[in-house]
Design a protein around this ligand. Sequence first.
Ligand code: NAD
Length: 263
Amino acid sequence: MLELKGKVAFVFGVASEDSIAWAICKQLAAAGVTLYLGYQKRFMSRIFQLKDQLPAIDGFYPLDVASDEATKEFFDAFEKDHPGKKADILIHAIGFAPRTCFDRPILFVEDADINTAMTISANSLQRCLKFALPYLNQGSSTITLTYAASTRFVPNYGIMSMAKAALECWTRELACHLGPEGHRINAISSGPVRTIAAGGIPGFDKILDHVEQNAPLRRNVTQDDVAGTTLWLASPLSSGVTGQCIHVDAGYSITMVPHSIME
Ligand code: NAD
């Protein structure tokens, strides 16, 4: 286990015990990191239950990345309780597209829904970093979560594919913009994992089955697989890595013709 005692992390994107961000919280906590969570108000009761499981959680505040004002509220609340405190790690594990993005052919998805998906799932990385920057120590590490539908077709992922492509582009742009000050920004492209957000993708279970049969490791990844790579990216062991998109997907992304056609 990596030792990150004394480090501080902002973690955005815990909604339940199944959230990838919750596995990240547990591994960061085990490494000695103090955690400040930003949660969406609709998940407040779950956050209140979960926080008692991890003494490393020193604070939790509402966060809605839909607007500048609501994003700033998180940092204002943090500053009020912890004046002068700064973080070393920022976890952006946020994704959302309205139901109406998935229940019709992509050609007919409405502008407003496209804009919501892009704002919350992609542009929010820029928004979070814009407000976080005064609260980040030099040499900070930001990690966001993406999916391989950013570069390849995945049935039913639809508008989220565009959002993930933009998110990966933001990762590179922000890495170049903030790199001269020593800040690092990387993306982890996770294989499919059953979570609340994933439950919104029609046919998600079929994707899980397909990956299990065809990924080089012949299994799906777990939240802990993703959290392990997150810990590495948060640590000095990855000090020369920025702007990258690292696949944690049991190797599925290197395949083209599925192994299962030979059976
Ligand atoms: P999850 O539902 O547990 O987490 C999604 C989080 O996004 C929730 O905590 C939710 O509160 C937050 N969120 C949504 N809208 C928000 C807003 N307006 N303001 C603040 N927070 C908001 O699901 P997850 O699968 O753990 O998702 C975390 C990230 O991982 C997402 O970016 C998702 O796209 C990505 N990802 C997931 C998978 C998968 O298969 N589960 C695969 C690849 C990438």
